[in-house]
Design a protein around this ligand. Sequence first.
Ligand code: GDP
Ligand code: MG
Length: 222
Amino acid sequence: MVFIDIQRREVTLKLVYYGPAMSGKTTNLQQLHALMGAHAGTGLMTLNTRDDRTLFFDLLPLQVQASGGMKIKLKLFTVPGQVYHAATRRIVLQGADGVVFVADSRIRETRCNNESFADLRNNLVENQIEFADVAVVIQFNKRDLDGIRSDAEVERIAAKGAEPVFKAVALRGEGVAETFIGLAESTWHKLERRYDFERRFSITSQEFGDRVRSLLPAVGGR
Ligand SMILES: Nc1nc2c(ncn2[C@@H]2O[C@H](COP(=O)(O)OP(=O)(O)O)[C@@H](O)[C@H]2O)c(=O)[nH]1
Ligand SMILES: [Mg+2]
């Protein structure tokens, strides 16, 4: 779980993009990286096979600084979705503070989405992470394609569950920033309650949200 370095006044959050193969997890990180421009820091690391599938994981390390001097590192990972990468997914998920489940909106992908969500729950258990202790948001990606669940249906799913739901066309960068900001803020809320960041490091969730948005000048952050 969250890594807190009191001496260096540094907190590291681990955020994981989970979901079935080809749902658009790597594309989310690529587009997020592009939207961040010069703010993106050390850059996106991807480890692909020759056919462009994620081999191990992608990593986008980010950092924001609060006015009180506290440094917050955000490490964004993707998992490889293919069934045979089960062990890798479990390892990447270790110590996750927040997870975005990237679903493919097409109705024919329903079964793959459901299996992957069950796999997520299972791997959280394997990693001794309580589902209630990890922030989870859901992204319905590929809204540009035919044969997708309707907006009304997505809204019904959103109303039924506790997890915030976002719609996206990751390929065009649409909804990518919103999903990331939603994930970061949900994760912060969850951790703030447990670790009392506001008192210990004098940073409010409002300030944290502002700092995260400031990483995204292209979508109206500062
Ligand atoms: N039409 C469409 N294709 C997408 C979208 N997002 C990703 N893709 C494509 O889906 C394929 C798999 O994407 P990728 O990010 O590698 O999936 P991952 O396996 O979840 O990492 C690629 O060909 C992407 O270009 C989207 O919103 N719409
Ligand atoms: Mg990938």
